[in-house]
Design a binder for this molecule. Structure first.
Ligand code: UDP
Length: 382
C-alpha cells in the first residue's frame, strides 16, 4: 500500500511523534509531505522514513483564524495544493495528520481521485479552535474523508458533536513500544545527580509550554508542598507561546521558588528523564485529546496524576492506574503530590499496575495492525 502522509508541522508535537510510529511500517512505499521544515524532518530521516518539505512558504492560518483569514490563506495554498495533487497520483491513499493537512489533503483527494484518511488528534471544540476552523474541518472531513481515525473517544465525541459523520469515525489510540520505556534505573539516578536534584522529590511535567497545558498549575501546587518537592519542566514553546514562557518565569520569581524549579526545554531523552521523576504530572486546563505523556509515564513505571477531562479519563483508572484531579486545581494537585511523597509504596503499586496495563492496551504492533486493516478496506473500496 502506497501512502502519502501529510502534516503541517516542522516541529514534533504529539501528532507528529504518533505519525512516525504509523509511517514506519510503510517506509518502503510512503512519503511524508511536510508543510514546514524543522526538527520533525530530522526525526523522520533518522527512522529512514521518506520525507519531503512540500511548502515553499509558511502557512499563515492559525487555530483561531476568522473566515476571511481562512479564505485568504486558501489562495496562498494553491501552489502547495498543486504539488500535493501531482504527488498524490503516485500513491494509493492520502493520510492527513493535522487540520491544515486536511484542508490541502481534501482538495488534493478530490482532484487526484485518491481516497482521504484524516487522523484526528484534536478535540474539535471552541476550547481549542475558532468556529470557522472547526466548521471547515468538519465540512471537509464529512465531504471528502473515507475514514476519520480519532485518537480517543473524547476526540470522536467532539467531532460528532460538531457535526462530523459518526459512520466514518473509528477510535484508535496511540501505540507505543513498551520495551523502549523500561531502562536501567542507574542511568536515571545518574541523570538526577547531574541535574543537581539528588534527594529531591521530583515532579516531572513533559509537554510543550502552552497556557492550556497548565504548567502554571504545577507552580501554584508547588508552594503548597514541602520544600523538597521540585518541578522539572521538559518541553518548549513549539508554536510561539513566548508570552506564556515569560509569565512562567515571572511567576517562579514572584513565588520565590527558583531553587525548586528547572526548565529543560525540548528534550529527546524523555525516557531517562521520566524515569528520574517520582511523579509525572499532567495539568492541561482544557480537555486533552489523548495525552501521550500519560501513557509514557505509565510505561516508565512512574506514578502519574492527570487532569480529569477529554482523553485522559480513558487512560487513567483513578487510584488503580493513576490519579485524577479536576483541571486547573493546584490544591488538589498538591494533595496528590504530598500523598505520593509520603506513601511511596502505595504510589509504586499504582505505577506498577499502570505499567502492565498500558503495555497491553497501547502496544504499537496491535495498533498498527488495526490501522493497516482500516486502510486496506479504504484502498480496496470496501
Ligand atoms: N515530548 C518530547 N520532548 C519534550 C516534551 C515532550 O519528546 O521536551 C513528547 C512527549 O514525550 C509526548 C509528546 O511530546 O510524546 C507530546 O504529546 P502529548 O499527546 O502529550 O501532547 P501534544 O503535544 O500532542 O499536545
Amino acid at each position: 500500500m502506497k501512502i502519502l502522509f501529510l502534516d503541517q508541522s516542522g516541529k514534533p508535537g504529539g501528532a507528529e511523534l504518533c505519525l512516525i510510529d504509523i509511517a514506519k511500517p510503510y517506509r518502503d512505499s510512503c512519503l511524508v509531505g511536510l508543510f514546514a521544515d524543522g526538527s520533525f524532518r530530522n526525526l523522520l530521516e533518522q527512522q529512514h522514513i521518506p520525507v519531503q518539505v512540500l511548502a515553499t512558504e509558511p502557512i499563515q492560518v492559525r487555530k483561531e483564524s476568522s473566515f476571511a483569514q481562512g479564505l485568504g490563506s486558501v489562495s496562498s495554498l494553491m501552489p502547495l495544493i498543486a504539488r500535493v495533487v501531482r504527488k498524490a497520483r503516485e500513491y494509493d491513499l492520502i493520510y492527513a495528520n493535522t487540520q491544515k493537512a486536511l484542508v490541502v489533503g481534501a482538495i488534493a483527494s478530490f482532484l487526484s481521485r485518491r481516497p482521504l484518511v484524516y487522523h484526528l488528534h484534536d478535540i474539535l471544540s471552541l476550547d481549542h479552535f475558532s468556529r470557522t476552523n472547526l466548521s471547515i474541518a468538519v465540512t471537509l472531513a464529512n465531504a471528502q474523508a473515507s475514514l476519520v481515525i480519532a485518537n480517543s473517544k473524547a476526540s470522536k465525541m467532539a467531532f460528532v458533536k460538531a457535526g462530523g459523520r459518526e459512520q466514518i469515525t473509528e477510535v484508535v489510540y496511540n501505540g507505543f513500544e513498551p520495551e523502549l520505556y523500561r531502562i536501567d534505573q542507574s542511568s536515571s539516578s545518574q541523570l538526577k545527580q547531574q541535574l543537581g536534584l539528588d534527594g529531591r522529590f521530583l515532579v516531572g511535567h513533559f509537554s510543550r509550554l502552552s497556557p492550556w497545558k497548565g504548567q502554571h498549575i504545577l507552580l501554584e501546587a508547588l508552594v503548597r508542598c514541602p520544600e523538597d518537592v521540585t518541578a522539572l519542566f521538559v518541553g518548549d514553546a513549539l508554536f510561539g507561546e513566548q508570552d506564556y514562557v515569560q509569565l512562567l518565569h515571572k511567576r517562579v520569581a514572584e513565588l520565590g521558588i527558583e531553587e525548586r524549579v528547572r526548565f529543560l526545554g525540548f528534550r529527546s531523552d524523555i525516557v531517562p528523564l521520566m524515569n528520574a521523576c517520582d511523579l509525572v504530572a499532567h495539568t492541561s486546563t482544557a480537555p486533552e485529546p489523548f495525552g501521550r505523556v500519560i501513557v509514557e509515564a505509565m510505561l516508565c513505571g512512574r506514578p502519574v496524576v492527570a487532569a480529569e477531562a477529554g482523553g485522559a479519563i480513558e487512560l487513567v483508572e483513578p487510584d488503580i492506574t493513576g490519579f485524577l484531579i479536576p483541571p486547573g486545581d493546584p490544591t488538589r494537585l498538591a494533595e496528590i503530590i504530598i500523598s505520593c511523597r509520603n506513601q511511596p509504596l502505595h504510589a509504586a503499586t499504582i505505577a506498577h499496575q499502570a505499567q502492565s496495563q498500558a503495555s497491553q492496551c497501547f502496544d504499537l504492533t496491535t495498533v498498527n495492525q488495526q490501522i493497516e486493516k482500516l486502510l486496506y478496506r479504504i484502498v480496496k473500496g470496501k
